[in-house]
Design a protein around this ligand. Structure first.
Ligand code: HPA
Length: 271
């Protein structure tokens, strides 16, 4: 199936853009999709792509967007597939394999997350230095595709230290505050309990969310250079005395989106 999807997209890209090989892939998280509205040379809805599922969550558009950003050919997912939506984990990570097949070398994974680190504030941006997989699944379970990656892939530098450093330098150059830390993923869709958030803090997490980790595992396995950026949309449960809502998450992402776009486009320039 993968080759069918890749061939289909290559044909569509070539029809609409001529010679265009995306070198950078970006997955845009909840409320962060605007980058793909601003930069769009050609887009195709997930529903038209063989092998893709349809995105169901509000705040997610569900299309693949191709664009030149700061001189680089980029493919963006405007909306991702979440495990909590009920998709098999293979469907969640399928687009990352497709991106690899299209020629992507560097992947930028972004998400909306809850702040576990008490020093974080809503709308802070955080570069991900590492992750903790608490989703209870791993997308590499099953037969290994030896052509794409190894059976037992090393994860010690899944998030490229070089790209973390690039993010730091870029943020400082353009005057955007950037936190850094460890992202823990749970399956969701319920937010965490305060006790779970205390556990996450004890485990060394700085942020918590319901995505990114499966995609990061596939990226690392397939030898894509990976950078992760979280928009801290709220303090995780129990950190401050507020209840959590998806609406507040989207509002915080809206507050951060200008800085987010600036940071991502500037990182792209320097990749
Ligand atoms: N927990 C999990 N996922 C999230 C959160 C949170 O607090 N905020 C945004 N995504």
């Amino acid at each position: 199936m993968l080759q069918i999807t890749v061939d289909f997209l290559r044909k569509e890209i070539s029809k609409n853009l001529g010679k265009f090989v995306p070198e950078i892939g970006i997955v845009l998280g909840s409320g962060l999709g605007e980058l793909a509205d601003e930069y769009c040379d050609y887009s195709i809805s997930y529903s038209e792509i063989p092998g893709f599922e349809v995105s169901t969550i509000s705040g997610h558009k569900g299309r693949l967007v191709f664009a030149k950003i700061n001189g680089k050919n980029v493919v963006m997912m405007q909306g991702r597939f979440h495990y909590y939506e009920g998709y098999p984990i293979q469907k969640v990570v399928y687009p990352i394999k497709v991106m690899k097949g299209l020629g992507v070398k560097t992947l930028i994974l972004t998400n909306a997350a809850g702040g576990v680190n008490p020093a974080f504030n809503p709308s802070d941006l955080m570069v991900i230095t590492d992750h903790i997989n608490l989703m209870g699944i791993n997308p590499l379970v099953g037969m290994n595709d030896d052509e794409m990656g190894e059976r037992f892939p090393d994860m010690s530098e899944a998030y490229s230290p070089e790209l973390v450093e690039l993010a730091r330098k870029t943020a400082s150059k353009i005057g955007v505050d950037l936190q850094e830390g460890v992202y823990a993923a749970l399956s969701g869709p319920s937010y965490e309990t305060p006790a779970e958030v205390r556990m996450l803090r004890t485990l060394g997490a700085d942020a918590v969310g319901m995505s990114t980790v499966p995609e990061a595992i596939i990226a690392s396995w397939a030898k894509l250079k990976l950078i992760g950026i979280s928009c801290i949309c709220n303090s995780a449960a129990g950190i401050r005395n507020v209840t959590l809502s998806h609406e507040d998450v989207i509002n915080a992402a809206n507050t951060a989106k200008q800085r987010f776009k600036q940071l991502v486009t500037e990182i792209i320039k320097n990749l």
